[in-house]
Design a protein around this ligand. Structure first.
Ligand code: 8OZ
Length: 374
């Protein structure tokens, strides 16, 4: 048997990928406003990054108005947003690619300027995050203290994930990824520093994991489990998150999710624990993919500062089945082809990651265009 490589095929449920270079979910804050609706600019961005048999995980997309925490992030709760995403999925499919939608609720990483009726953001407990929120007018102000969700509100919250999952189906996606990472709502429930609840959703590991498992079951009920993935960051510190002893918590969560037979688990490596918010590259930290591989039976996607050689090694050694690339995909619309050919990569410009328009979004050249411009 030959070893798998970045360019060997991979099945996720009934989807056949022709390579394992996955586009990571990337917040770019360029949805159309008002309404946070995907528009022509976003269609072109995703079209450029689609490849035959390649998987794109579309950016974090709020499941409901209260799930929004930053300006110009897209949603999947209005008819206009569903129609806007339909144009994106059509464009990716026309290139022969697959596209999943990342379902996002930011929890306390929000600001009242995004919230319906200017209410406070919601979270498991009324504990403010350290740091600054991004207001609806792109200003940075200290995070507010969120309102703790009532136990009686949880069923409607779970249902809002299911509704968003149905909307993603209507928008033509091939599947969905649940955002369970980086200090947002679901991770706030998982971790003890953000979850001080005394009901069935707080306290023990089993209780803190309850919401994530209920959400995953509800979304799997809409899509079938094999078309649902989940992203976790067991060693993450983004957005004032972090569990002192992640192994018992995340071993339990991953075992429970494995029972649901979800299509994939997407793990952020600890060396990338700032999740794009800073250039962090911790040395001598464990590999999340390697640690959790033994208890995850389905496809495992690893993300975080991979390069061509480290990605190829992780796949060949079976530590991960596929590798998600973020920053390299921002700057290289044809990243899979460049990696296949061992071609040089365009450098990325951090100043244009969030917000703005064409610049730093749809103006990075593909290889052939780069060659033509020489
Ligand atoms: C960087 C900036 C804004 C949002 C995440 C959705 O950390 C994000 C995000 C990252 O998952």
């Amino acid at each position: 048997m030959t070893l798998p490589s970045l360019f060997s095929p991979l099945s996720i449920g009934s989807h056949e990928l022709s390579h394992r270079v996955v586009m990571a979910p990337l917040t770019r804050m360029r949805a159309g406003r008002p309404g946070n609706v995907p528009h022509a600019l976003n269609v072109e961005y995703y079209r450029q990054r689609a490849s035959k048999g390649g998987l794109i995980i579309a950016e974090g997309t709020q499941i409901s108005p209260s799930g929004q925490g930053m300006p110009a992030t897209p949603g999947i709760h209005s008819p206009e947003q569903i129609a806007g995403w339909r144009d994106v999925t059509d464009a990716v499919h026309a290139e022969g690619g697959l596209i999943f939608l990342q379902l996002w609720h930011v929890g306390r990483i929000s600001h009242s300027s995004h919230q319906p009726a200017g209410a406070l953001p919601v979270a498991p407990s009324a504990i403010a995050a350290a740091g600054n929120a991004f207001t609806a007018s792109f200003e940075r102000v200290p995070f507010e203290t969120p309102r703790a969700l009532e136990t009686a509100e949880i069923p409607a919250l779970v249902e809002s994930y299911a509704t968003a999952a149905r909307n993603a189906e209507a928008a033509g996606f091939d599947g969905v990824e649940i955002h369970g990472a980086n200090g947002y709502l679901l991770e706030e429930f998982l971790q003890s520093r953000t979850n001080q609840r005394t009901d069935a959703y707080g306290g023990s590991i089993e209780n803190r994991a309850r919401l994530v498992v209920e959400v995953a079951s509800a979304v799997a009920g809409v899509w079938g489990p094999e078309r649902v993935g989940i992203r976790l960051s067991p060693f993450g510190i983004a957005n004032d998150s972090g569990e002192a002893d992640p192994m018992p918590l995340y071993s339990h969560v991953i075992r429970e999710l494995a029972k649901l037979r979800l299509g994939y688990l997407h793990l952020i490596e600890p060396r990338a624990s700032g999740a794009g918010q800073a250039e962090v590259d911790h040395k001598d930290v464990p590999s999340a993919a390697e640690l959790f591989r033994p208890i995850w039976p389905n496809v495992l996607i690893a993300a975080g500062n991979f390069r061509a050689d480290t990605a190829e090694a992780a796949v060949a050694e079976g530590k991960a089945d596929a590798i998600a690339f973020g920053r390299l995909f921002i700057a290289n619309p044809d990243l899979p082809e460049r990696l296949r050919r061992g071609a040089p990569l365009n450098p990325y410009n951090r100043a244009t990651f969030y917000g703005g328009g064409v610049e730093g979004y749809i103006d990075y050249p593909a290889l052939d265009a780069a060659k033509a411009a020489e």
